[in-house]
Design a protein around this ligand. Structure first.
Ligand SMILES: C[S@@+](CC[C@H](N)C(=O)[O-])C[C@H]1O[C@@H](n2cnc3c(N)ncnc32)[C@H](O)[C@@H]1O
Length: 571
């Protein structure tokens, strides 16, 4: 497998035709046919990160395909109801990428929609129906008949099996175009904004691609497992033994199956050296280390998290290694700690103890096994201390660009007169980068450790006009907002479930002149934009904002994730 990493350095994308001399054209702005794909409603749990759809408003584009024997034939010219059976095989062509990066296909004539994980635009394949939803089915790919458009060789040997990168073998320019299209479709069909509105093209900004498409992640979480997950072919030809301890990434869709990986192209080279050092020795029987078995709930090692940052003075890389274990036995970890402590980049080795049966990596107790309990990173000229469990933007380089967009949208006067409300503030990064230009920043966040980090980060950067408050924004009461002055600008950066209806209600009542909505899930973002702008009769909400711009940003190349920065102005 090739190990050469393509290094596209571009800010604005040139036309796709430049990259595709012999391939068929990619339809960039096709009209959408109507299959309703639902969108998640607001989560009631702050820790829930579900993207599972719930309401029925999203419409996405699809394509037609010939169905030939031995798969079911559809010949009728008239659209007619089509209900595939579970287990049935269909020959399909993937038209575009949709929700969670799944390939979207449409059965000829009937228009019935089928979603397939890892099917890429232009790919012709045979899929087996595995799940039936209200108005579409999910298939798993059985066989590719002809490859997707814009195919490139994936540099990572695990790319086709690992749950992390799903589109590494799709030309990067096609990846970002597909993301841009997805946002556009969601804004129209879930957000109910119209293509026909003369302002629409001004509102929809082109996606900002990521300059660095590999080694961009500053945090990777690997899992330990008692067995290796192997692809079917390797199991069949017995070239690999599955009964060997595994350390790596979860196979797609399996919480209990771990694909062993020796290297990940998304993390930095120093982080890969740490992974290799652990892989090199942890199975040695003399060390007496056992992986946690999530079925029998036995074993010691649960996760290995590697976080990267930079020294504030020297800007040299810093690494934090965090072992998540089922109990506190530092003597068992000592040989690993001794081995890792010799790396100059490793400045912190932590141990989080997680006794719960679930798969979470956050510990109930935390111990420092070597060095400091935090690492540092620099964002927009400010220094941030990051602890093992606090949220920090995973692509620091692209976060610089994201935060610059947020600041541009905030449109601060710069005279120190304005109040900023930073909702879902995490470790305070966005609010702190704006603080020097405003009168006061109020940050709200549910995780107490993140609030502690935010307060420490304020001090570290000499910011005295920021107040960080711990609270659950899904459970705000009538009195929410009584402790701070009315904001001029609201920044809201929720996690994937988006904003709770009560928070939207509050914002509609608050009527701040500007809202900058930063979202990592365009589906829930579109839903919330609809409520803020158009309101909802059923939910008794009267929209009072105008969507001025929506800017997709690619923070995570090769994955289905899309970030958006939206500007809303009070009507
Ligand atoms: C996408 S992160 C954004 C963090 C921060 N704005 C940044 O850029 O680093 C979302 C944050 O929302 C917090 N969060 C999630 N649910 C919450 C809730 N119900 N109430 C308050 N904060 C919540 C998470 O802990 C996380 O820190």
């Amino acid at each position: 497998m090739a190990s050469i990493i393509p290094n596209f350095r571009l800010r604005r994308l040139p036309p796709l035709s430049k990259f595709r001399s012999t391939l068929p054209p990619l339809h960039l702005h096709r009209p959408c046919s109507s299959i309703a794909l639902p969108v998640a409603s607001s989560s009631s749990s702050p820790y829930e990160d579900s993207e599972e759809p719930q309401s029925n408003t999203n419409t996405l584009s699809t394509t037609t395909t010939a169905i030939e024997e031995p798969h079911r034939k559809i010949k009728s010219k008239k659209p007619k109801p089509f209900f595939p059976k579970r287990g049935e095989t269909l020959e399909l062509v993937c038209e575009s990428l949709a929700f969670k990066g799944k390939g979207l296909c449409k059965v000829e004539e009937s228009g019935y929609v089928v979603m397939c994980d890892r099917a890429l635009p232009g790919e012709r394949f045979v899929g087996r129906v595995t799940r039936k939803k209200n108005n579409y089915s999910e298939v798993t790919k059985v066989k590719t008949l002809s490859p997707h458009r814009d195919m490139v060789e994936a540099p990572c040997e695990y790319a086709l099996q690992c749950g992390g990168c799903r589109t590494q073998n799709l030309l990067y320019e096609a990846q970002v175009k597909a993301k841009e299209e997805q946002v556009r479709d969601l804004v129209v069909h879930v957000g109910k904004f119209s293509y026909k509105d003369p302002e629409f093209e001004n509102v929809m900004k082109p996606i900002v691609p990521c300059d660095t498409q590999f080694h961009y992640r500053n945090k990777m979480e690997f899992s330990f497992g008692p067995k290796r997950w192997l692809p079917k072919e390797q199991l069949a030809d017995k070239s690999e033994d599955a009964n060997v301890f595994s350390l790596g990434l979860h196979a797609p869709g399996f919480f209990d199956k771990v694909l062993n990986v020796d290297k990940c192209f998304l993390q930095s080279e120093p982080a890969n050296k740490v992974l290799a050092a652990v892989q090199d020795c942890w199975r040695n029987p003399e060390l007496g280390l056992s992986p946690y078995d999530c079925h029998s709930h036995t074993g010691f090692l649960k996760h290995l998290t590697i976080r990267s940052g930079r020294d504030v003075e020297t800007r040299e890389p810093q690494l934090m290694v965090n072992f998540v274990t089922s109990s506190y036995k530092p003597e068992l970890l000592k040989p690993l700690v001794d081995k890792l402590a010799v790396f100059p980049e490793v400045v912190s080795i932590m141990n989080n103890i997680n006794t719960a049966v679930g798969n979470t990596s956050v510990g109930e107790q935390e111990y420092t096994l070597y060095g400091k309990a935090t690492i540092t990173e620099i964002l927009r000229g400010l220094a941030f201390e990051i602890s093992a469990n606090s949220f920090f933007q995973t692509n620091a380089h692209q976060a610089e660009i994201l935060y610059k967009l947020v600041e541009d949208c905030a449109g601060l006067k710069g005279d120190g007169s304005e109040i900023v409300l930073d909702l879902f503030c995490g470790t305070g990064t966005i609010g702190l980068t704006l603080a020097k230009k405003v009168k006061h920043v109020y940050g709200y966040e549910v995780v107490p450790e993140a609030i502690a980090d935010a307060r420490r980060n304020a001090k570290l950067n000499g910011v005295h006009n920021a107040t960080f408050i711990q609270g659950d924004l899904n459970k705000i009461s009538e009195s929410f907002g009584n402790d701070f002055q009315k904001p001029d600008i609201v920044i809201s950066d929720p996690n994937r479930p988006g904003m709770h209806t009560n928070l939207i209600k509050y914002l509609l009542k608050l009527k701040a002149p500007r809202i900058v909505y930063v979202s990592c899930n365009p589906a829930t973002c579109a839903r919330d934009l609809d409520l803020l702008c158009h309101g909802s009769v059923e939910q008794k909400l009267q929209g009072c904002y105008r969507l001025k711009s929506i800017q997709p940003v690619d923070m995570f190349p090769h994955t289905p994730h899309i970030e958006c920065v939206c500007l809303l102005e009070l009507c």
